[in-house]
Design a protein around this ligand. Structure first.
Ligand SMILES: [Zn+2]
Length: 394
């Protein structure tokens, strides 16, 4: 019983996609529609599964099975289509076939996404293949390549990596991403550079070349703070943090250290534009992110996959958006479903209170809408991204 429910848990849509991304298997993902079908089947079976034989009580209900439902009689806002057109700055090649890509475009039309940036995290033939498939819709998708870290610990690395970057650019890549460093070193899809962080001198030539080619870099450092906390009864984000725990990694650069590394990288490469993925994982400390943004004009932050982390603090988060509306860009990072897009609209646009999206986000807590005004929505949904993309040399 335990095992089957933990299997279901670990194959929730978000975690599966994240896992595949971590394992560098983005290209091997099953089709989006197959994923949706299996997810539906799973949530169906989850509803029928009874986690314990004993009568339900606080003694028998496990935290991992807790699925509260709001019973407040308060407004529920359904937003079928975003209030303004969107450029999604953080997505991945989830759709694998032409049919699936066409279906994704229809979803984008339905919810109001004008263009999606595909962070391919790939180089070489793998990038070329992704480019080939998505370039059938040149107005709807833009493909960004990864970096090749092979031989990063040997002489000649930088020259070879720069050469491959130039090749990808020539083949159609308009930016670079998503590049990860969760504290153990850089990673781009399947390519790893253990112990080499973004501020390493070995990365200088690559970051400079990105700037020279007008390729913005989508860089993901660290992870949400709850993953570093003790996995105990005080951990506010326990149910999601457990799955992504970093507290058990002794030789890792911690969150604050990774922010310092990112800032040193920004200062070293002023001619390169960086987009910090997921609020730079400072969703728990937006004041610090504000300071980092103010100190670094070559930095934007995307809001992808951190809806659940900002929706518990709607007033503080909305104030942050108001203050830094010119530096934040919309992103998803959570598949292709219309329901997923609509959840992001509800959080950004509505003033709904105390609603749950546990299967989507993994946290057990309730969410609230931020109620952003039209001016901020327009900037975050599209204007900032359009400006950033237009600033590139062709
Ligand atoms: Zn991503």
């Amino acid at each position: 019983m335990n095992r089957s429910s933990s299997n279901q848990r670990s194959f929730s849509r978000r975690s599966f996609l994240k896992w595949a991304e971590l394992a560098g298997l983005a290209a091997a993902l099953p089709s989006a529609s197959a994923l949706a079908a299996s997810e539906n089947a799973k949530s169906g079976s989850r509803a029928n599964a009874s986690p314990a034989k004993a009568p339900a009580s606080p003694e028998t209900i496990l935290l991992k099975d807790y699925r509260p439902k709001s019973i407040y009689k308060i407004p529920v806002t359904q937003i079928a289509k975003a209030k303004f057109p969107i450029i999604d700055m953080h997505s991945h090649p989830y759709a694998k076939t032409e049919r699936e890509i066409d279906a994704w475009v229809r979803n984008m039309d339905e919810v109001g996404v004008e263009k999606t940036i595909i962070l391919a995290m790939a180089t070489g033939a793998e990038f070329d293949d992704i480019y080939q498939k998505y370039s059938r819709h040149p107005a709807r998708f833009e493909m960004w390549c990864g970096l090749d870290f092979s031989g990063y610990d040997k002489p000649g690395f930088a020259a070879a990596a720069v050469q491959e970057l130039e090749r990808c650019h020539h083949a159609g890549a308009r930016g670079v991403g998503e590049i990860h460093d969760k504290g153990k070193g850089l990673r781009s899809g399947k390519s790893n550079a253990a112990g080499m962080h973004p501020d390493d001198a070995r990365m200088d030539a690559l970051w400079e070349k990105c700037g020279a080619l007008g390729m913005p870099v989508s860089l993901h450092v660290a992870d949400p703070i709850w993953m570093y906390e003790k996995m105990d009864r005080h951990n506010d984000g326990l149910m999601n943090a457990w799955e992504w725990r970093l507290d058990n990694q002794p030789d890792i650069v911690k969150l604050s250290g990774m922010i310092d590394i990112f800032e040193r990288t920004l200062a070293r490469h002023r001619n390169t534009t960086f987009i910090a993925c997921h609020f730079m994982n400072l969703d728990y400390d937006l004041a610090r992110l504000g300071e980092v943004l103010e100190r670094n004009p070559n930095l934007y932050a995307d809001i992808s996959a951190r809806y659940a982390e900002t929706a518990p603090i709607p007033r503080f988060a909305a104030e942050f958006y108001a203050k830094h509306a010119d530096r934040l860009v919309y992103g998803t990072d959570m598949g292709v479903d219309t329901a997923m897009y609509r959840t992001t609209f509800r959080i950004l646009e509505s003033l709904d209170e105390h609603f749950y999206e546990i299967e989507q986000f993994g946290y057990h807590w309730a969410l609230n809408g931020l109620g952003l005004n039209d001016e901020i929505l327009q900037q975050v949904y599209r204007e900032n991204a359009a400006k950033l993309l237009a600033a590139r040399k062709t």
